[in-house]
Design a protein around this ligand. Structure first.
Ligand SMILES: [Ca+2]
Ligand SMILES: [Ca+2]
Length: 70
């Protein structure tokens, strides 16, 4: 599973942010939205893992770049 693929569907897309990261944000624990596995769900999980993965994937699918800018 790629970092940032919180719902484990094989793709990093908006659902990993809205359905997985957002509901878990600001909570503690090894949750699905804890992309860096430090026991907390917060902005570094989104900015460092979800967004980075989305931008990397953007080489192939340009639409994914806009996900991080929202
Ligand atoms: Ca996913
Ligand atoms: Ca984390």
């Amino acid at each position: 599973m790629a970092a940032g693929d919180g719902d484990a569907n094989g793709q990093v897309n908006i659902g990993d942010k809205t359905d997985v990261w957002s509901p878990d944000a600001t909570t503690n624990g090894y949750l699905e939205g804890d992309y860096n596995l430090n026991g907390e769900v917060n902005n570094p999980d989104k900015n460092d893992y979800y967004c980075r993965t989305s931008v990397r994937n953007a080489r192939y699918r340009i639409k994914k770049v806009s996900i991080c800018r929202k």
